[in-house]
Design a protein. Structure first.
Length: 294
């Protein structure tokens, strides 16, 4: 009886988690700091494609439950599991800590694919603002020699990709950049320019990047819409598929788009369905009017 009970215990450990949301799961512990994520598994048999969500907040704020939360319900409805992560924040943690944490999350999700009933070959990274920069960094740092952090696709919402140009526009590094890199405010010396160049993913794109979707508002004052245009042009030069959804008059942060153009969510999900090859159940046929032959 004791042996049978132990076998049952092992089977329970190996079984996929129940559908729904599970919060505050530790996925990494760099230097003793517990990093957690929230996981959501759709109803159904699976295995499901999965999205790893990376919130914004200027690399020094935000949380896994905020900023990027408008994506939660659409992903679940579309039949995509999602994992929303926290990561180490500046100024306590300088670059590349945040990127290394997102890479750790990719490895963790792949390692726990069976447990969470997902397809490890169909993982997409989704990031917004600073989180968009982080997922771009994960993508360009992943190569054929680093399959453990490679993903199937990337969605970047209003992501800064050229931090040198953005700092020139601002007259010097933003407070967020100062916190992330430990560089001074004001006119940039060569050391600061080099640090900004090195964390600009636009400078390191390569032909092995996965398919990309960019989503950006034209009225964004924090990250100009032109940054996404630059990224798209660069990827297309390399032959990497890259689509762009433009939200007319959309400011920074997707939560502010609800009264302007909430269709960005449907458009994003349609792109994911097509890119991930999700087969959705057909809509139920309309009922015939009473008294009319079918």
């Amino acid at each position: 009886m004791k042996i049978t009970g132990f076998i049952i215990f092992l089977l329970l450990l190996a079984a996929p988690v129940r559908a729904g949301v599970t919060k505050d799961i530790e996925y990494s512990k760099p230097d003793g700091e517990s990093l957690k994520l929230d996981a959501s598994v759709p109803e159904g048999t699976g295995p499901f494609p999965a999205a790893i969500l990376v919130h914004g907040g200027g690399w020094s704020g935000g949380d896994k439950a905020t900023e990027i939360d408008p994506m939660f319900a659409p992903l679940t409805k579309t039949g995509i599991a999602w994992f929303s992560i926290n990561y180490r924040l500046a100024p306590a943690h300088k670059y590349p800590a945040c990127v290394e944490d997102a890479e750790a999350a990719v490895r963790w999700v792949k390692a726990h694919a069976k447990e969470y009933n997902i397809d490890p070959q169909k993982i997409v990274l989704i990031g917004e603002s600073a989180g968009g920069h982080i997922v771009d960094e994960v993508a360009v740092r992943a190569t054929k020699d680093k399959p453990d952090t490679r993903v199937f696709a990337v969605v970047a919402f209003y992501a800064p990709c050229d931090n040198v140009a953005d700092s020139v526009r601002r007259g010097g590094p933003s407070l967020s950049m100062q916190n992330l890199l430990g560089v001074p405010a004001g006119p940039m010396d060569d050391k600061t320019k080099k640090a900004l160049f090195d964390i600009s993913p636009l400078n390191f794109v390569h032909k092995d990047l996965p398919p990309y979707l960019l989503v950006h508002g034209t009225a964004d004052k924090s990250v100009p819409h032109e940054q996404s245009l630059q990224w798209q042009a660069k990827l297309k030069e390399l032959g990497v598929p890259c689509d762009l959804i433009t939200v007319k008059d959309g400011p920074h942060v997707m939560g502010r788009w609800e009264t302007i153009d909430p269709t960005y969510k449907d458009k994003t999900m349609a792109w994911l369905v097509k890119t991930l090859g999700i087969v959705q159940a057909p809509a139920p046929a309309a009922k015939s009017p009473i008294g009319t032959a079918p």
